[in-house]
Structure formats: structure tokens, C-alpha cells
Design a protein. Structure first.
Length: 424
């Protein structure tokens, strides 16, 4: 096997030890020679590089960890380029969560206007990264984990020639949670899940050749799913937990307004504790505190994708990739989140058919919002940005969308140079 270089753009992320842990576990199958960590925050980068090197050393894995603030240096010659960046840091996330609440709209990191603001900030630098990959490592695969993953993946696929897979640990975790609630083994089951990133539905649960969806709904409802059991029975599907922001909008909005802290504020405190722990020279493994940060399964999903690409395995995995007819009612060139066959050619979506009528309209509306957001972020077109917010089902009207957009753009001015031009 040829040696592998992995570049991690955003290497100062609190999630980096999660990926390192996965690379240690699969080292015999994925012989990583170099892990190149790149970050614009030199302090975080130094801490995470030190911990990563200690983790590899304790495990007896001869992986060289390099740390740089030079993105092109990290990317040059890479086999895989993992993207895990947060433009504006946690403070920008907190803004994304708080500003929409002033307008009676849910503020959440990836859903609604919060996810919209994050996408506007994130798409231009991700496009620049992708273009560097095309120039410096044209055979490399971008493994994108930056949120909102589906929108970011669509931007890269639309505006660059880079080879990209969009990942999210959500489907991996949700499908396993359903089977666990049923007491069913994943090796004897097939779960059909399809939709968009953070907007998908489980529509079949086949165990030992029998469709046991009704039993799955009862089991996951009893386990405390984010969606009400009676609603799932009415839909005849298990929506992913993020769909609570749509199906239980008033409840989620009231919870957000009543909370003393946003999730971003909670995570900011957790990350401060994590960084202090990571800086301890005696620490050489990922700490238990990392579980509180969320994102469990990240390393499992990322390493599974890299292994399938590297070894041409043809594994079945849930990937954000171009639709190409997999979901009949969504555009061919749209990025969807579906089961795919992953091999050295990339992710080939397995034909799903069409979403149930009760899901079809919502998925189409959110996809229209996503595509408008991609275009607005890439061009800095104010009208397209306004159209994107107007298209989103959680934004009720123009009277809300226009001032909300203006406040989001003003709050993020430092990260949105593409919108600095006159509106015309």
C-alpha cells in the first residue's frame, strides 16, 4: 500500500483528536505517513498538533504530524483533504443563534437563517481551498465535514473541479439508534434513509427480509426521539431529529427563547475546558469530555469513506453527493444525502425513487433555499440572498426576511467581503 498524506484544514478543531483516534484504529488498512494540520489560530494549532503526536506515539503508529498556517503547504501532495473549519469561530455561531430569535425565527447552527449565515461566511473560503486542491493535489479527495455540509458540498461541486464527498455522522448514528431501539443487528438490517443534509427521513427498516418500519417507529418513539410518535405514525416515516425544527417549530422556538444559553455558548465553554485538557503534556488520548462536544461518529464516518476510496471497496455509506436521479423529485445537479456505493471513483448514489408526498414539498423548498444560498455566497448578490431567506420554510414573510437579512449581513460584515459592493 502506498503511504497516505492527510491534510486537515481546520486542524485546531476540538474534533481533531476524534479523527486521530480513528486513524490510529484503522492504521493497518490506511497507512498514514503524514497528518498535516493547518489552522489560522496558531495557539490552537500548536495544542492539537502536540496532542495528535502524543496519541500516535502512545499507539505506536509512525505518523508524522506537521503543523502550519500555510494552507497550500498542507494541501500539497495530499491523498485526502479533510475540511473542518469554522469561519468566525464560536462567537459567530452564537450570533447566528441569537439574531433570528429577535424576529421570531429559530436560530440554529445549520437550520434556517443561522445555517444561512454560516453558509455565506464559509462557502468562499471552502471554494478557495477546493481550488488549491485542484492545483496542488488534483487526485486528492476532499472529505468535507464543515457545516452546513450539504450546502458546502454543493458549492464545491458547482463551482470547482475538485473531487468531494460531503459527510455527516447523523445518518450513521440515527439509523443505528433505530436498530438499537428495536434490538436488531445492523448486519441483518437495511435502513433506507434519504433527503438532504439535516433534512432526511427513514422510510424503510428491513430486518431479516421483513419491513419492520411500524415496529421501528414504536421502538424509537419509546426511546425518546425528537419527533413525536403519533406524528411519525401519521407520516409513516422516521424523520431525522433536525426535522423537529419544522414539525415542532413552536416548541423549539419557545425552548430556544427560554434557554439561559444557546448551544453555541454551551459549546464555547466546553471547548475552553477541552483545550486546557488537550494542552496537558501527560494527555495522550481523547478525553471523555469530548463526548459533551457532540459530533460522535465523526471518525467512524470519515475513516470509512477514506478506506472505501483508498481500497476501492464499494461500501454502502450515507454521503452528501450529486443527486444524479437518486431522488426523483429533486434536481439532478443538486446535492442530496442518500445511501451510496463508495469506491475509488467516488460516491455513486443508489437509486431511491421519490420521497413520500408528505416529505417531498419540504425537501424541494429547502433545496431551493440551499441552491439560492450557494449562488448568493459565491456571487455576493443581495437579491439572491433575500430570495434564499424568502424560500426557507422557517422564514414567514418578506417583512421578516428583509430586516433579518440586513442584520445578519451587518453582523457578519468582516467575513462577507463579497457583499461589500453596492446592491444596485
Amino acid at each position: 500500500m502506498s503511504p497516505v498524506k492527510i491534510a486537515l484544514i481546520g486542524g485546531g478543531s476540538a474534533y481533531t483528536p476524534e479523527l486521530v483516534d480513528g486513524l490510529i484504529r484503522c492504521y493497518d488498512e490506511l497507512p498514514v505517513a503524514e497528518l498535516a494540520l493547518m489552522d489560522i489560530d496558531a495557539g490552537r494549532l500548536s495544542i492539537l498538533a502536540g496532542l495528535s503526536q502524543r496519541m500516535f506515539a502512545r499507539a505506536g503508529r509512525p505518523v508524522r504530524v506537521t503543523a502550519t498556517g500555510d494552507r497550500r503547504r498542507a494541501i500539497d501532495g495530499a491523498t485526502f483533504v479533510c475540511t473542518l473549519i469554522r469561519v468566525g469561530g464560536m462567537d459567530a455561531r452564537i450570533q447566528d443563534e441569537r439574531i433570528p430569535l429577535k424576529y421570531g425565527v429559530i436560530g440554529q447552527e445549520t437550520t434556517g437563517p443561522g445555517g444561512f449565515a454560516k453558509a455565506l461566511r464559509t462557502i468562499p473560503p471552502l471554494l478557495a481551498i477546493a481550488r488549491d486542491v485542484v492545483e496542488l493535489a488534483p487526485a486528492a479527495w476532499i472529505i468535507n465535514y464543515t457545516n452546513p455540509s450539504g450546502i458546502i458540498t454543493e458549492a464545491i461541486a458547482t463551482y470547482t473541479e475538485a473531487r468531494v464527498l460531503g459527510l455527516c455522522s447523523g445518518p450513521w448514528g440515527w439509523t443505528r439508534a433505530v436498530l438499537q431501539a428495536m434490538g436488531a443487528s445492523p448486519t441483518r438490517a437495511t435502513v433506507e434513509y434519504a433527503g438532504l443534509n439535516h433534512l432526511g427521513w427513514i422510510t424503510r427498516v428491513v430486518v431479516d427480509g421483513q419491513d419492520r418500519l411500524a415496529e421501528a417507529i414504536d421502538a424509537i418513539s419509546a426511546a425518546g426521539w425528537a419527533i413525536d410518535g403519533d406524528l411519525m405514525r401519521a407520516l409513516g416515516a422516521i424523520p431525522c431529529p433536525y426535522l423537529a425544527y419544522y414539525y415542532h417549530r413552536e416548541r423549539k422556538l419557545e425552548q430556544a427563547r427560554a434557554a439561559a444559553q444557546t448551544r453555541g455558548e454551551q459549546v464555547k465553554a466546553i471547548e475552553a475546558d477541552l483545550l486546557r485538557a488537550y494542552a496537558d503534556p501527560a494527555l495522550a488520548s481523547k478525553p471523555e469530555l469530548l463526548k459533551q462536544r457532540g459530533g460522535g461518529g465523526y471518525s467512524d464516518v470519515a475513516t470509512a469513506a477514506m478506506l472505501a476510496l483508498y481500497h476501492n471497496r464499494g461500501d454502502r455509506q450515507y454521503i452528501n453527493t450529486l443527486n444524479r436521479g437518486a431522488i426523483a423529485s429533486l434536481p439532478e445537479a443538486a446535492v442530496v444525502e442518500v445511501a451510496c456505493v463508495v469506491d475509488q471513483t467516488g460516491a455513486r448514489p443508489i437509486v431511491y425513487g421519490d420521497l413520500p408526498p408528505a416529505a417531498r414539498g419540504l425537501a424541494s423548498a429547502v433545496k431551493a433555499y440551499e441552491q439560492l444560498t450557494v449562488r448568493a455566497a459565491a456571487t455576493g448578490d443581495y437579491r439572491l440572498a433575500l430570495q434564499a431567506l424568502l424560500a426557507h420554510p422557517l422564514v414567514a414573510s418578506y417583512a421578516i426576511a428583509a430586516p433579518l437579512l440586513d442584520e445578519l449581513l451587518a453582523a457578519n460584515r468582516a467575513y462577507l467581503p463579497q457583499f461589500a459592493r453596492d446592491r444596485g
